[in-house]
Design a protein around this ligand. Structure first.
Ligand code: F6R
Length: 238
């Protein structure tokens, strides 16, 4: 894995946006794998600015997100579809039908997971996957455990993750217990992976992911098996 240390969150975000813009420039019909959470927000602002200044068009671009909370629909401000619309999609010219997230309201969650896997296959691969990382080493909602799922699945969120994400809800009890997430196999199929990590609180997870054993207890450590991962962080790794 290649590690690039930047000065701060702003520089991580600017560099991530430049990489994404270069990909879209080179291959306008590329497939972007997108993440939610606090980390990519500024990257998305840079992408929106580039599109508004007509430096780029996303007209032919597709996106597929990593995950969605079970039980939250797109009208819910805490849903990841709402997040993506608010922070990116409504500010760029990507076509709604080319943007994909799991349906957190699906009546049959297993069928929704299979639909997402076949959609992923139909898109013929993600060109660039953007990732954040949980303090517990999760990527997507692939939580630490004894085993990891390769395919899209319904994940039980750890208490650590629910507590971290409760900042976006009015109380911890409102944070869903489950989410649909792309599995580790799906994430590792992307051609290029860009992992963003900002703040000392992420340092231990990144350190273990990069230099520890490949271990389901640290899901991000599986990125060591991928041939093209770049980590952008704003702290020194030892
Ligand atoms: C979000 C996702 C998560 C986040 C991770 C870090 O789609 O899949 O793995 O990337 O929880 O979240 P932040 O960026 O809020 O620290």
């Amino acid at each position: 894995m290649k590690v690039i240390q930047k000065k701060d969150y702003e520089e991580i975000s600017r560099t991530a946006a430049e990489r994404i813009l270069a990909m879209v420039q080179e291959k306008p019909s590329c497939v972007l794998g997108l993440a939610t959470g606090s980390t990519p927000i500024r990257t998305y602002e840079f992408l929106a600015m580039a599109c508004q200044q007509r430096r780029i068009t996303f007209e032919k671009t597709c996106s597929i997100n990593l995950d969605e909370y079970v039980g939250l629909g797109e009208a819910d401000p805490q849903s990841y579809r709402f997040f993506m619309e608010t922070h990116l999609f409504r500010h760029i010219d990507i076509k709604r039908e080319n943007t994909h997230l799991p349906d957190g309201l699906a009546a049959d969650l297993e069928a929704e997971c299979r639909r997402y896997d076949s959609l992923y296959a139909q898109l013929s691969g993600v060109d660039l996957q953007l990732l954040g990382i949980g303090q517990n080493g999760h990527i997507g909602f692939n939580e630490p455990g004894a085993v990891l799922d390769a395919n899209t699945h319904v994940a039980l969120l750890s208490e650590n993750t629910r507590a971290a994400n409760s900042r976006n809800f009015s109380s911890l009890s409102e944070v869903p217990h489950r989410a649909i997430t792309l599995g580790m196999g799906g994430i590792l199929k992307a051609r290029h992976i860009l992992l963003l990590a900002s703040g000392e609180q992420k340092k231990e997870a990144v350190q273990k992911a990069l230099y520890g054993k490949v271990d389901p207890a640290v899901p991000a450590s599986f990125l060591q098996l991928h041939p093209d991962v770049t980590v952008l962080c704003d702290f020194a790794l030892t």
